[in-house]
Design a protein. Structure first.
Length: 183
């Protein structure tokens, strides 16, 4: 199979897997949204296997599909169109090693948390309990499900990297972004 076709098939399969994993969730006590699932797993796999360029295309596909599923179809849905895209930057780490994957995952998850806190404060601040600071409430609320989700995803990524090290090391992987200095 040609590389381009292989990447397109892999992207389609990962989008489907992400949508399935998004439905298998632990809803928990979060009445305003949020749950613990493995939806981040295919996102990180694409970022680590294929890099930023392919990952951006994957992200657009995943966001388009996720936004127009029956349970998410609203007239306007603006709060978090960028939260999954931030994960793709985990694929820009130079080292394609377990350590590189761990640091990339935590870097991207931190920025996802920041995006959710900002969104929570701006869009959902009116739902904060009486007497709570809006930003503190948003930070506590979003941390309560994003940190466990990140740790679970971290465990699965680490397990894959340790047991199948070749899984993330592709011979035909597109070149990563390199900074060039003009002298």
């Amino acid at each position: 199979m040609q590389t381009r076709t292989l990447i397109m098939v892999e992207t389609a399969l990962m989008v489907a897997l992400a949508l399935i994993l998004d439905r298998i969730e632990f809803a928990g006590p979060w009445v305003m949204g949020g749950s613990i699932s493995l939806v981040m797993l295919p996102i990180f796999v694409m970022a680590f296997r294929r890099g930023l360029k392919v990952g951006q295309g994957y992200s657009v596909s995943l966001n388009s599909e996720a936004r127009f599923t029956p349970s998410n179809f609203y007239t306007i849905q603006l709060p978090l169109p960028y939260d999954w895209r931030v994960h793709l930057h985990s694929g820009t780490k130079k080292e394609n090693t377990s350590d590189g994957h761990c640091s990339g995952l935590f870097f991207a998850s931190f920025f996802r948390l920041v995006a959710h806190i900002i969104s929570g404060g701006v869009w959902f601040g009116e739902y904060a309990p009486e007497g709570w600071n809006v930003w503190l409430y948003s930070a506590v609320y979003n941390t309560s499900y994003l940190v466990p989700e990140t740790l679970i995803t971290f465990g699965v990524i680490l397990l894959i990297a340790k047991t199948q090290p070749a899984f993330f090391k592709l011979k035909n992987r597109p070149a990563r972004l390199k900074s060039s200095v003009v002298s």
